[in-house]
Design a protein around this ligand. Sequence first.
Ligand code: H79
Length: 427
Amino acid sequence: MRVRRLLLICAFALAALAQTYKPSPENLKARQWFQDAKFGLFVHWGVYSVLGDGEWVMNNRKIPIPEYEKLAPRFNPTEFDPAEWVSLVKEAGMKYITITSKHHDGFAMWGTKQGPWNIVDATPYKKDVIKMLAEECRKQGIKLFLYHSQLDWHHPDYYPRGRTGLTAGRPERGDFNRYLDYMDNQLRELLTNYGELGGIWFDGWWDKPNAEWRLPKTYSLIHSLQPAALIGSNHHRKPFDGEDFQMFEKDLPGQNTAGFNAESEIGRLPLETCDTINRAWGYNSSDTRYKSVPELIRYLVRAAGHNANFLLNVGPMPNGKIQPEFVERLRGIGQWMAKNGESVYGTRGGPIPPRPWGAMTQKGGKIYVHVLDWPDELLALPQLPPIKSAKLLSSGASVEAIKVKGGLVLRLPPAARDPVDTIVVLE
Ligand code: H79
């Protein structure tokens, strides 16, 4: 009797194990690629861009659906040039683009067959910008990821409603499973007709954390269509089964300055953090508080020290152009990356996690010490693996590295310093 019960328990345990996601070899390879890539462009673009007040404008200004739909005939991005965008991405030293296929307003930026609320059927532009971008990315060797909002303020079957979009005027009933079928069908289109995608970046789960989202079904659909495509979700929790990377919004892993990460925990998947250049994701015509090039570089370096990628956002204008303030900054970062990229690309977080003075990265037997914020000439580091040389990355000049009990002291005279990032290579 006992043995039988034990066998039964074993059988259940095995069945449960069988359900846990096993990433394919292609997927594991893609994760390595992703971690090596380190730097990507986030793009928030949709009909909301017309109003120049961010991607939450429908919710924030309480615009009801029939009024909001009037934005589509006004969205005509005739100046959109995918070759220009992708070239800019390369100039910035970025390796991938993550663009909104659909944001919370439900508007599809591709020619979906699941309904007319999309750029091909509802705008005078009539072109499939995701297709155009996917083709250009393939040409120029940039990977394309899609941001896809699970939350939908426009779809009548997104019911019961969640925490947001309560003033959109959606009907008082709806079939959430039908909505999820709609979303799965849209994802099937995206993963079938747009070539190889880098992955899907989900957002909006947090709108209804207690809903039955059928994630295993959606995730296995994606993995079966494209095993190498990486799935991540901005749910601000520890990664769920079936996910391939973990992202943080406006914070480095482990930090919570923006308030989204109270319940998030760092898992064991590749990491990414995203942030904006000004304060807005979608185009905002009055937001001029731009971060500086040095500020953005230092954030990228700190992210790398945390073993995370940096996904830096632009919100293109309704005419399809990226505003000059963003272009300038992306080029500025690119110039720095062209010289110092060795200490970022292909690295992993250093042997010592980031400190107030800076961060470390490592690759192939080298440790890159990024001194970002340290006014003194002497910097004491904790115990590191034995080293045979210490040099400035910029000039190759030797750096005095004095072994002391319990660590290593670097001497960085003013002439050796770079105000953005003084990089010492330990070998
Ligand atoms: O796409 C960009 C933003 O539009 C989206 N994520 C980035 C990448 C984003 N959606 N929401 N937020 C960012 C912040 C939302 C915060 C809140 Fe809430 C929503 C505060 C109250 C409702 C989530 C749910 C946090 C608390 C409850």
